[in-house]
Design a binder for this molecule. Structure first.
Ligand SMILES: Cc1ncc(COP(=O)(O)O)c(C=O)c1O
Length: 384
């Protein structure tokens, strides 16, 4: 049996509609370069781009009067774009120890280049639980210019109570930038109240689209200096990129593939909620079985886990060593180490060992989970 449990890195089973939509763009000879001409080939491609932008807004319940969708390669590019393009010199950013390097590194760069002030919310030891009181107090007392948060930790699987965060930020007038890399498509996100300023997403994880496509959903009235300048097909004589943010030719096959993936979210929020429930049930089942294994330490808070991520360690064995045994002896593919999110390991006490991360997805079966649990039990006994 070959078992894939690294969905937090990328989802490997895509809906057939993804391939179909991508193949149509590449093989039909009907699609040109969008926004580069008024001929039918260019217009065909532009229609695909516009349609997928609409699908994304619909999934978020977001109004196209308020929000724009900008396509990028992935969440990393979208996060660089919004952080470097929106945070101004000497501004104050509140963020957390849940963040991925896709957020941390642009922020550290701005600390150097624009002298911004950075503060980090600290999570609880071992559970990695977000401290809502700390966040509320900080916002009230210090009124930061930006709140930049990861919706769900890719290390612990803990997911934010987004409604609570939105209310705190809204009352203090603090704009929110949300990293939805682990949640968009798995956890319902509602933009109808227009509180969130920008959301970065990636297509290849919980949206089950192809790699190479992601984006930013951002309020139209937000001033954002472009990260990448170049041809936009619109205003060639302007020396700086005016308004437009999507420089260069777009990844139309990737966009179409993402559109294909989005078709499976037929009744929008409801289908996301269903996926979330099923993933949560599998996650809880998996966690409870792992809990019984001698010498196994589980991280994260069970109540907050809805994205299918479980991190653990066996005794003090380096996580990479256990991951290698699982891969070579049992054909079980997991991720080990620090998962590009260094700060959370301080509160999990895993800065030297890292964690063994199982991440499951929509296609993971209970049979696969049972198989992994049995192998982990064997491993626990052998190590004792
Ligand atoms: C929380 C989080 N943010 C950002 C990213 C970056 O996503 P991508 O590699 O698609 O840019 C990841 C990827 O693992 C992630 O888990």
């Amino acid at each position: 049996m070959n078992i894939y449990m690294d969905y937090a890195s990328t989802s490997i089973q895509k809906p057939p509609a993804v391939m179909k939509a991508m193949a149509e763009i590449i093989s039909s000879n009907h699609y040109g370069n969008p926004s580069r001409g008024a001929h039918q080939y260019s217009m065909n491609a532009q229609r695909v781009v516009n349609k997928v932008k609409e699908q994304i807004l619909q999934l978020l319940n977001a109004s196209s009067d308020t929000y724009d969708v900008l396509f990028t390669q992935n969440a990393t590019t979208a996060l660089n774009m919004v952080i470097k393009g929106c945070v101004k010199a000497q501004q104050h950013v509140l963020t957390s120890d849940w963040e991925h390097n896709a957020v941390l590194r642009p922020l550290y760069e701005l600390e150097q280049s624009k002298n911004i002030l950075l503060n980090f919310l600290e999570s609880a030891t071992l559970t990695g639980m977000f401290d809502y009181q700390q966040c509320d107090q900080f916002i009230k007392q210090k009124s930061p210019d930006w709140l930049i948060l990861n919706h769900a930790s890719n290390v612990t699987g803990n997911c934010l109570n987004l409604e609570a965060i939105k209310q705190m930020a809204y009352q203090a007038g603090v704009p929110i930038i949300l990293d939805s890399s682990q949640t968009f498509g798995t956890v319902p996100i509602d933009f109808s109240d227009k509180i969130i300023t920008a959301l970065a997403f990636t297509g290849h994880k919980s949206l089950y689209g192809p790699m190479g496509i992601g984006g930013l959903v951002i309020k139209k009235d937000i001033e954002m200096y472009p990260l990448i300048s170049g041809g936009d097909g619109l205003e060639p004589f302007a020396k700086v990129m005016p308004q437009h943010q999507e420089a260069g030719t777009l990844n139309v096959p990737g966009i179409a593939g993402l559109g294909g993936a989005l078709e499976s979210f037929d009744n929008k929020g409801e289908s996301v909620a269903k996926k979330q429930l099923s993933l949560r049930e599998k996650t809880i089942y998996f966690r409870h079985a792992l809990e019984k294994i001698n010498g196994l330490t589980l991280y994260g808070e069970v109540e907050e886990q809805t994205v299918g991520v479980i991190s653990c360690n066996i005794h003090d064995i380096p996580s990479a060593m256990v991951g290698d045994i699982l891969a070579t002896d049992y054909n079980i593919s997991v991720r080990t180490g620090f998962h590009c999110a260094p700060l959370i390991h301080g509160c999990l006490n895993t800065t030297s060992q890292g964690t063994l991360r199982f991440s499951i997805g929509a296609a993971t079966t209970y049979e696969e989970i049972d198989y992994v649990i049995n192998r982990m039990e064997e491993l626990g006994r052998e190590i004792e």
